[in-house]
Write a protein that binds this ligand. Structure first.
Ligand code: NAP
Ligand code: GLV
Length: 321
């Protein structure tokens, strides 16, 4: 039996913990019902052979300095790893892993939930009913935008972007995408590659699926938002930093965009009060992958990656700088 110890920064589904304990590892789970503060994280990481973290944990160079030399792996329970300094991990000989694929369909479903909710004004209509304001059916009430037969622009045609495009076939939408190179999987679904500018100018719905990197930070800045078709709807289930939030609020206020659906924000969990006050913004607390089975699989994959590294085997899902 191994006596290696794994630190888990915040509660994960039980099936992931069971894999670790079943493989003979000692598990120390952060007992607090919140993300550990920086000092708590730095205090803890040096005493373990591996860490399972989550996307709100800023895993920067100082964390790797504190974690080395004992820690051999950091496994995040997410596909996005913009919170981790992967170059610093490499410099300290620590493997970083993520959880791709298992969350693709759940996140694509949630993207569509936002697309339909924004187009058909579900948030507004539900708040109206719950407030007891409904006095009966009205021909002019809550008229939204059509989805069927409209044009969808996908920014970032990877796993999730392609899964979102696949669902668009059921709505008879024409789909375009922008990417750094042609993407066969999405083209097989009938999507056409265009430049970002053309996508923004012609799409009725724009959905973001790029990772947050130096290149994609504020990819949708004031200028890009201004290029969007008047009355278009923007959906962001990627990362808040991909959109300039201040410019987005301005575009919504001025009525240039009809609505926005956001699962992600620039400085989570902070949500700007201006967004909260806009009735045409549908806002969710970063729940893209939040289904029972998906979250269990994510925990299991994070555990399996850690087990592989500590056994001296290749990790299943290593991420590169
Ligand atoms: P993925 O398969 O790696 O897809 C990302 C795509 O973005 C890749 O095809 C990549 O192109 C492309 N890309 C990167 N930089 C680009 C740029 N500058 N211009 C155009 N395309 C660019 O990742 P995924 O599994 O679909 O996940 C995408 C992102 O969704 C994650 O990174 C994460 O931030 C977010 N996410 C959010 C939730 C949520 O709960 N809301 C859940 C899961 C994921 P290449 O193929 O050329 O590299
Ligand atoms: C969630 O946002 C993820 O990146 O998995």
């Amino acid at each position: 039996m191994s006596s290696s110890s794994i630190y888990i920064t915040r509660t994960i589904p039980e099936s992931g913990v069971a894999l670790l304990t079943g493989a003979g590892f000692a598990v120390r789970m952060n007992p607090l019902a919140r993300t550990p503060r920086r000092d708590e994280l730095l205090d803890e990481v040096g005493d373990h052979d591996a860490i399972i973290c989550q996307l709100p944990d800023p895993i920067d160079r100082a964390v790797f300095e504190a974690a080395a030399p004992r820690c051999k792996a950091i496994a995040t329970c997410a596909v996005g790893y913009d919170n981790i300094d992967v170059a610093a991990a490499r410099a300290h000989g620590i493997v970083v892993t993520n959880t791709p694929d298992v969350l693709t369909e759940a996140t694509a479903d949630l993207t569509w939930a936002l697309l339909l909710a924004t187009a058909r004004r579900l948030g507004e209509a539900e708040r109206f009913l719950r407030a007891g304001a409904w006095r009966g059916w009205g021909m002019l009430d809550f008229q939204g935008a059509d989805v069927f037969g409209k044009k969808l622009g996908i920014v970032g045609a990877g796993r999730i972007g392609t899964a979102v495009a696949r669902r668009a076939r059921g709505f008879d939408m024409s789909v375009c995408y922008c990417a750094r190179e042609n993407k066969k999987s999405i083209e097989e679904l009938g999507a056409t590659r265009v430049a970002l500018g053309e996508l923004l100018e012609t799409s009725d719905f724009v959905s973001l699926h790029v990772p947050l990197t130096e290149e994609t930070h504020h990819l949708l800045d004031a200028k890009a938002l201004d290029r969007m078709k008047r009355g278009a709807i923007l959906i962001n289930t990627a990362r808040g930093g991909v959109v300039d939030q201040v410019a987005l609020i301005e575009a919504l206020r001025e009525g240039r965009l009809a609505a926005v659906g956001l699962d992600v924000f620039d400085k989570e969990p902070a949500v700007p009060p201006e967004l909260l006050s806009l009735s045409n913004a549908v806002l969710l607390p970063h729940i893209g992958s939040a289904t029972v089975s998906t979250r269990s699989k994510m925990a299991e994959i994070a555990a399996a990656n850690v087990i592989a590294v500590l056994r001296g085997e290749p990790p299943l899902n290593p991420v590169q700088p």
